[in-house]
Design a protein around this ligand. Sequence first.
Ligand code: 5GP
Length: 202
Amino acid sequence: MKGSLLVVSGPSGSGKSSLCKKLCAEYEFACLSISSATRAPREGEQDGKDYFFIPKAVFERKIAQEEFLEWANVHGNYYGTDRRWVEKTLASGKTVAFDIDVQGQAAIARLYPNETTSVFVTTSSIAILKDRLIRRGTDDAAAIAQRLENALGEMNCIDRYDYLLINDDFDASFETIKSVALASRVKRGKVELRKFIANWRG
Ligand code: 5GP
């Protein structure tokens, strides 16, 4: 049987990337979609592991050649999801986890309504998010203010998601996202029922 698509979005600092990475590192049924991005790598990020870091001209050529399943401009940089890899991985029976923004979720849910399960990850308050961003230490005060502003916009899209995960406790959230990922694999809508019943009857 084909796999499933697990789309995870949420504000920067919500912990969505760590949840997706841990899920795919610990469970063979899940694979992380590595996006292409035009921004510069941050300290510690690796090409091909965190993103495929590519120049804007290459990104634009890939758009023209329809290599992306979806792409978006997020905070001034381009990010895109590789179409062929996703199609191949879904067909192989794996669960593809996407750490993408609200625009990406809308596109994938439209393209694959039956296969997609979406989770919005956030904190229980903006104060906790701000505290995490400060403690993370990767952004200056202006960048943090920008991220919090963006977070408010993203929070307005929660109603488009299947699940809302308040990530105040990472271990508990991990157990929850693992359960959602497993449940995404048995979504009834993924199965062509007439075909299934015909085969079942033999
Ligand atoms: P960052 O630059 O902090 O790694 O990511 C910025 C935002 O872009 C995050 O919300 C991340 O989830 C989102 N993002 C990363 N890759 C993709 C992608 O391929 N498509 C879309 N639509 N958003 C992405």
